[in-house]
Design a protein around this ligand. Structure first.
Ligand SMILES: Nc1ncnc2c1ncn2[C@@H]1O[C@H](COP(=O)(O)OP(=O)(O)O)[C@@H](O)[C@H]1O
Ligand SMILES: [Mg+2]
Length: 181
């Protein structure tokens, strides 16, 4: 979903939602996250959330940079696993719907923050992880080595046996392909 996102002079982010449904979902998750690896709510009115700005680079740009510099993506995968653990402990029976890696910010101190919650849906950490890996495997501009190291680390940190999510990964790759057209 493309909402209107503006960066205010006092260093905050103002997000104007296209739908009230998206606004309500994001507000409810941001409240539950309570600033744990997520932006702080500064002000809200119907359809609009002003939140703190999370400084860093998107997760996808981070992985591209690591690859360029010949650095290992495992610590970044561990940081994403930590974000998933926090999200799922604070949001029971939910899954992050949109696992596009632009929706995560890698900070200077090695943490991963989630910033886009309007597509949160019913699910588990298994569905979240399967969607994340489907995004990763569908992304052309990263090497197989990066994808393998990243996914192995993510799965082992979350103690998810690959066979439990492989079908979901394939299903979601097909979904992403169809959506792109
Ligand atoms: N709190 C934030 N801190 C820093 N950057 C943000 C923040 N919220 C949004 N952004 C930037 O704006 C982009 C779009 O915001 P996002 O919440 O993903 O909206 P959309 O639903 O339109 O994808 C993000 O990919 C990110 O680059
Ligand atoms: Mg987004």
């Amino acid at each position: 979903m493309k909402n209107k996102v503006t960066f205010s002079e006092n260093g905050t982010v103002i997000k104007e939602f296209l739908t009230l449904k998206g606004y309500k979902k994001e507000l409810s998750v941001l409240k539950k996250m309570n600033c744990n690896l997520a932006p702080k709510i500064i002000r809200t009115e119907k359809g609009i959330i002003e939140m703190s700005f999370i400084s860093g680079v998107s997760l996808i740009d981070k992985l591209i940079d690591l690859e360029k510099n010949g650095e290992c993506p495992a610590p970044t995968a561990s940081a994403l696993a930590e974000f998933f653990k926090v999200f799922h402990s604070l949001n029971k029976y939910k899954s992050l719907g949109d696992l596009n890696f632009h929706n995560f910010i890698a900070t200077e101190n090695g943490e991963i923050f989630g910033i886009d919650y309007e597509e949160v849906t019913v699910g588990s950490i298994y569905s979240t992880t399967a969607r994340a890996l489907a995004f990763l495997y569908s992304y052309n501009d990263l090497s197989d080595t990066t994808k393998e190291t990243f996914s192995q680390t993510l799965l082992s940190e979350l103690k998810i046996p690959p066979h439990r999510i492989i079908t979901r990964i394939f299903r979601h790759i097909i979904f992403l392909k169809k959506r792109r057209g």
